[in-house]
Ligand binder design. Structure first.
Ligand SMILES: N[C@@H](CCC(=O)N[C@@H](CS)C(=O)NCC(=O)O)C(=O)O
Length: 153
């Protein structure tokens, strides 16, 4: 046998659900659902639960719909290479939240919104639309993750 090319499964990019409205409403979390298991890494799923890497949240369809309605009022300002954003994105993924992602490096208008609305262009920042019509701009990855855990875990 020679050294032929070995075809490896390609893992689609996990982030970028800012396209969710343009792509039939599918979030990155939903897309991750149909990523085929990689036969070369059979143990990664079994090892997924640990204090450092807690389990992915599961919900009934009705519960997920309710959560989706709530996360419609949230948006995350971020960019892909920001390590603090990546931590928040992992939390979003694990909690199966369909939060609109606004990449400030791809869309200059998002950076402007963040600067004008929140007063600072630092990412990550979670925009929260409250029921009374007010808006909150939540900075700091730890604060954002705690907020999401408290509300949705
Ligand atoms: N302590 C902050 C640090 C956030 C931070 O330093 N973000 C960087 C990107 S990794 C940033 O936005 N820097 C300013 C800028 O790029 O304009 C957190 O945990 O969220």
């Amino acid at each position: 046998m020679g050294f032929g090319l070995v075809k490896r499964p390609v893992r689609p990019q996990a982030y970028g659900n800012e396209e969710k409205q343009g792509r039939g409403g599918e979030s990155h979390a939903a897309r991750a659902d149909r990523i085929p298991a990689n036969p070369r890494e059979p143990k990664t799923r079994a090892m997924a639960t640990s204090p450092q890497n807690p389990a992915v949240v599961t919900r009934s369809p009705e519960e997920q719909e309710q959560v989706d309605r709530e996360t419609d009022k949230l948006a995350l300002y971020y960019y892909e290479t920001c390590p603090f954003c990546i931590r928040v994105l992992r939390t979003i993924e694990r909690l199966r939240l369909k939060i609109e992602l606004r990449n400030i490096r791809k869309v200059p208008a998002y950076r402007e919104q963040l600067l004008q609305g929140g007063g600072d262009s630092t990412v990550p920042c979670l925009l929260i639309h409250n029921d009374d019509g007010s808006m909150e701009w939540l900075y700091e990855s730890d604060a954002i993750m705690s907020y999401l855990e408290k509300r949705f875990a």
